[in-house]
Unconditional design. Structure first.
Lengths: 814, 814
């Protein structure tokens, strides 16, 4: 495939020489810069000291008195390895006045980040207790990884962060999401060689293929290859330079290995300068009218090979520490009790000679660290001004501007029409795109076409840079067959102030279950801070749902994502199962407007009836659940039995069951309820949407049998309503893990959710609660009749390979 | 890092020439072979025909009458693209009499596989209805993707399969699991270019770094790069040869691109022969005493670049089909209704000229296809004998031999000892390794050291080939920081007859939630067949559990894997929360013995008390739950309140609560119950382990308040006991998504699971059910006192950064 003539060919080839980039230092470092690099080094001396102190000390933060074992924390966590990179980011930021922040994948890296944030003043900006003075430094050191203090992983309580390296694998995709539509921004992303082993990271390297250098910023990945995990070598640590060069060249990068330990500051500074120039050159080509954009540009990446535990103690009890797995996290785990370790810690902390850089006596007496009391002013030289400091970047905490949203009613249909909700959602999303230039994207692991959302393509394209096809250029839609990558992109994009939509096959959204959970945890801590401003919600659409995956079969039938989502904090979680296109439109508009939530919308891509008028739909969605009078006996007054539908197909069956019962057993008073907002169900007070007792009873009665036909696993409903009173009258139907390649109706009967199953349960419930006119023969006869019908339908299906058509006609009520 | 002197260096370098392998055909193909390749081509002509017929036809399978639209299925699914590879596998197998089978990642690939299985007789072997005759072929064609027939993805109902390509991403890791400890076996693994975009596939390419060529077989990966997904280009389709060469060379492969469309059979046959020789050469070096093993051997892989929809219709309605996304799955979706599509289908099916190869008239009249009625015998020439046929390989359905298991009682401890369950499990696993040479492995995303399972290393090593360290050689333990890869390896290893253990941090096991679900679906269908023999269970250990991740913090606290597991079919799922080391040993022995299950064991790595003697532990584990008399009033007879613990730390709190109550409120009769087998809880009959009503009542009473202190999310217990009678007397405590870096005890109070919370709930429950001597002042006073104690403990924690020690002393009962 040759690029279109609008592009310049990437000139470098894949020859051996080009698999690893060699630098002419003179080209990337002016003669006078070596002097400046001393500042970079001195900053590291202070932050290395601070990070080590945070890990080990609970008192005597500045070593103002001789170290004793009592000064040492009982629980030791964290490592200090990120100071080198942080200092060099600062250097580059200051040199070019370039907007940049840092995303770090490696777990337990918080000490280094916090030390830098403290010293640059970003910590004090958001947490006045952490001032650049004796009180501040004492708090910083003692309360690190201490109950009530900052944890050993950066989280959303830490300024400048949009990602927590708890569950590894996502730093890279999150970084790419952050730079999309942020044309000047560079996110430096540190990927540890542990994290690099994960699948999500392994495929996220492809993300640059989706970055248009004209409209988006750049990620500078730094693979920090120090060779060891907790007790063993890493894969990337055992790969030699040639292997790494080939691999990442293949991923599309120019690969520069930084490993000159004798001159690490020079090597890293020059390499970062090289990377910076490469990035700006690619962007210049894409943005300037005088130049042609580069086809398949090879973006720069760095591989930093430094020994694990560098600058820490060299050996312990005769075993090497530095450069071995023993340096993972805490190299002297028994410093509080073991004499040799204690001595090593003492020498190690002293080795940074912090007293030569900071006048600790003056600080003790109340002086501020940032000002005159720094003995060697060069320590602070490298820290950028407040606007450019990585801990203060607005993108990371205050960039959100709500979307302009069209009125969903303009897209709604008349009652009785048969329509695919997704095709209407596609129409609506198209308008959202038009109204929100470069603030809204759609990330999808499936193709929009497959989810019937392709109306979006009437106003936009895909956005894929490795293709020469115009259909893959310039658009708002990013499709990659990696749920992990989509989720990471969405997180980065959302947490930097924009909004997106993540449509997926219902079954495969579960792939990112734990990413969603990690995100929920990040947001939970973030909303509890005083300084983080709201951001948009993340918005999932589950479609191609299990009940209509009868053709793809059993492997495509799994609604279980929901089972995890409902365990997250109630104030973060919203789950909707809109029963028709009108309700779905109303729901989507609401979700795109909402802040900080995790919204899950579940609906069908197949054509299904519009049950409610636009006005009714809006009211229904606000209520979350309501009695559907048209399908109920006497509009649902004083029922003998309540039939509940929650989900598109199972609601259809509930309505059909009501239709059967009103015909076959008119003495049984039936009420039909639809639940569109799942979170009305739990006990009053446990979720903001939970109905109060009397409203709950006004829908479900206090004592009548309820047949609840649910879209997903019954366990969801059972756990949600458990604490409601009198639950033994509830019969919950749902997906029972029965499926194969079959027909839509067979899916329902196989799982006991068909109209006949619902009708049978209704009759049994009524008999059980003493409905006299149904008792004995009559109930038995009705139930036998319905069972017979199930069998007859199944015979028809086996014979003709399809469902009887009349089963899907919209029931007509008198 | 230089290899040890025991190794030969890999001689090929990473130069440009070596990024893509060029073949001297003469070296890999004898002059007379070209004639043999005609058989390969003819076989494809038949299987291509059959696959197309299966996709489109419901009748007239052999075109014995003119095609009409009525012959066409209403629902069309599947593609035929794997026939080329299948035929060439057959060719290679026959040439070398080499054991091989095929794992295919791409979804909807079943028609090609089934066509080949039919023709080679493997289908008939397991399904006599699918004989090589008119009845068989009619059934094959009509019932493909038909209710009751084979689905469009291969699943466990299909002979020769150990993997279902439903959720994409796992074919490669499953293949590697299958060849481990199967030294002669080659698994050819087809990875689609859609699947290649997934993270799990992206990192699974590293799997060869864990394959010791002396003890294990080989995987031959074929990346089938046809350029398109459903409607768009794939990433790998847009990468040029140089990019692909660099990437996979970096992953450690020798990369051969097969793309000579004019001579595809020659190109593919020579390339597979090359790959075969490369594989056997690496193995020879590793296995022969005369040669040195090759360090970092570069294993062969093929990239097959063929147009999508090859051999299908070329254009439709003026648009190209072949070589475009329109060939994804079904290229003529409206053949039943559209005249042009119908005509194209007719010509397409005829283009295979099946009548020239099979005497269809004779077949119609009852002749067998395999025998004399084949006009051109060369069609069958390439099919291997029965023993070597890919659909009949024992490894895929009948290779299981149970493990030799030591008696767990030999490892058990006396009551009252304080021990890490994981250290004992490490001891036990070490013995299992010794007793089961090359039939047992441990796959772990964490390091065993981190989960305190490192006693295993007293008898074995890790197994990592890219390292020169002996600690990483020759062992039974595979550690990779990729849960996905571990899961895939385990599946492949288990389904080929061996047994393994997958220990993980509890929180991060959720990463493979949907892989577990896909596996559960595969096994569910498999156990329903008559011909698949049992295989071992897959065995998860969740440790480093949330209650003791107080140091790692909130991101390391997620017990949600369980919430999905319990939705799987009851007869597949076993969940255990052994309360102490003795119970854990008994449970592990049981799990390693069990067949076909998904076993989840949850326990602590921290030292905790042994509550039960070896004999008591065995009885407790068989019962699944029992009254712990030592902690109960009068051994638990006639209680006022039942306190239930399920999980290590929460059970400790229940016992401590009982201790408090028996001291502070001796008039309240307390019963303590421990649940070790979670699946005793659901309603009688819904799970094989579910207690009958009377046993359930004998533990939990019929009417007394029950405080259920659970290890995970309360939703698990709520959904499990929902259908039990009188559940409104149950108060369920568990993880409420409250956590940060804190202390173990603060974790409990933050989530309301501490002894004080349990005691308060017990008193409230007793008062609510009319326990007169506790009413009014007394209850109020007790509750206030316990609340006060919570506050006092929290103050202590904030001050000292640790828990008061007395909280973790084992309660002594009189």
């Amino acid at each position: 495939m040759s690029p279109t003539s609008n592009y310049q060919e990437e000139t470098t080839s894949y020859s051996r020489e080009n698999l690893l980039i060699k630098l002419d230092y003179a080209h990337y470092m002016k003669p006078d810069e070596e002097e400046n690099l001393k500042s970079v080094h001195l900053l590291q001396r202070v932050t290395n000291y601070l990070a080590a102190a945070m890990i080990f000390l609970q008192d005597n933060a500045l070593l103002l008195e001789p170290l004793t074992k009592d000064h040492i924390k009982e629980r030791l966590l964290g490592h200090w390895g990120l100071n080198l990179i942080y200092a060099h980011c600062n250097y580059l930021i200051k040199k070019h006045a370039t907007p940049m922040f840092l995303v770090t994948g490696p777990g337990h890296g918080a000490p280094a980040i916090l030390a830098n944030l403290f010293l640059e003043g970003s910590l004090e900006k958001f947490y006045p207790d952490y001032g650049l003075n004796m009180q501040g430094i004492t708090k910083l050191v003692k309360f690190f990884s201490w109950p009530g203090g900052f944890p050993s992983h950066v989280n959303s309580e830490v300024p400048g962060q949009i990602h927590e390296g708890g569950e590894l694998g996502y730093a890279l995709s999150v970084s790419f999401g952050a730079v999309m539509d942020n044309p000047d921004l560079i996110v430096t992303c540190v990927v540890g060689d542990g994290e690099a082993e994960t699948g999500p990271t392994a495929t996220a390297w492809h993300s640059y293929k989706f970055i248009d250098p004209a409209e988006s910023g750049a990620v500078l990945p730094i693979l920090h290859d120090n060779g060891f995990k907790i007790s063993e070598e890493t894969i990337y640590g055992t790969m030699d330079d040639n292997e790494l060069g080939a691999l990442f060249t293949g991923f599309g990068y120019k690969v520069r290995i930084v490993s000159d330990l004798e001159n690490i500051d020079k090597d890293l500074a020059a390499s970062m300068e090289w990377a910076y120039q490469e990035i700006r050159n690619i962007q210049k080509h894409a943005r300037s009218s005088d130049l042609k954009p580069i086809f398949k540009p090879r973006w720069p990446m760095l591989i930093l090979r430094t020994p694990k535990g560098w600058t820490g103690p060299k050996t312990l009890h005769g075993q090497p520490i530095e450069g071995s797995f023993r340096a993972h996290q805490v190299p002297l785990p028994h410093a509080r009790t073991d004499d040799e370790e204690f001595q090593l810690l003492d020498s190690w902390l002293k080795s940074y000679r912090i007293h030569e850089l900071i006048d600790v006596e003056k600080v003790k007496n109340g002086a501020s660290i940032a000002k005159a009391e720094i003995i060697d002013q060069r320590v602070l030289d490298v820290i950028p001004n407040e606007k450019l400091r990585m801990g203060s970047r607005k993108e990371t905490y205050a960039a959100y501007k709500p979307l302009e949203l069209p009125d969903p009613r303009e897209f709604m249909l008349q009652k009785g029409e048969i329509v695919s909700s997704m095709s209407k959602i596609g129409d609506y999303a198209a308008k959202v795109i038009e109204a929100n230039f470069k603030r809204f994207r759609i990330f999808s692991p499936d193709e929009l076409v497959s989810n019937k959302l392709d109306h979006v393509f009437e106003v936009t394209n895909r956005n894929y840079q490795w293709s020469s096809r115009t259909a893959n250029k310039g658009g708002r839609v990013l499709e990659i067959l990696s749920e992990h990558t989509c989720q990471g992109w969405m997180q980065g994009y959302t947490l930097t102030g924009r909004v997106s939509l993540f449509p997926s096959y219902e079954t495969f959204l579960g792939i990112i279950t734990t990413m969603m959970i990690q995100y929920a945890k990040f947001v939970k801590m973030g909303v509890a801070t005083t300084w983080r401003q709201p951001h948009g919600s993340i918005n999932y659409i589950e479609t191609s749902t299990l009940w209509r995956q009868e053709h793809n079969g059993f492997s495509h039938q799994n609604p279980g994502f929901l089972n995890n989502l409902i365990n997250m904090k109630a104030y973060l979680v919203r789950v909707y199962l809109p029963p028709d296109a009108n309700c779905f439109l109303s729901t989507l508009a609401h979700c795109l407007r909402a802040k900080n939530y995790i919204n899950l919308m579940i609906g069908s891509k197949q054509p299904t009836p519009v049950w409610l008028s636009p006005e009714e739909a809006e009211i229904h969605c606000i209520a979350g659940a309501s009695i559907w009078q048209f399908a109920s006996t006497d509009s649902g007054i004083d029922p003998d039995v309540v039939l509940v539908g929650c989900g598109v197909e199972v609601t259809f069956e509930v309505i059909a069951a009501a239709h059967l019962l009103r015909k076959d057993a008119p003495e049984l008073r039936v009420r039909v309820v639809n639940v569109t907002d799942l979170m009305i169900l739990p006990h009053e007070g446990t979720h903001p949407h939970a109905l109060d007792h009397s409203t709950f009873e006004s829908l479900f009665t206090n004592d009548k049998p309820v047949v609840f036909n649910f879209h997903g696993y019954p366990s969801v409903i059972k756990s949600l309503i458990f604490d409601r009173p009198h639950t033994d009258r509830f019969t919950v139907f749902g997906y029972e893990e029965e499926g194969t390649t079959t027909t839509p109706f067979k899916m329902l009967t196989a799982n006991g959710t068909s109209r006949f199953d619902v009708a049978i349960a209704a009759i049994r419930g009524a008999v059980h609660t003493g409905h006299h006119s149904l008792l004995a023969i009559r109930a038995h006869e009705l139930i036998s009749g319905y069972m017979h019908q199930i069998r007859e339908h199944e015979k028809y299906i086996e014979k003709y390979g399809k469902d009887p058509e009349e089963l899907f006609k919209m029931p007509k009520f008198d």
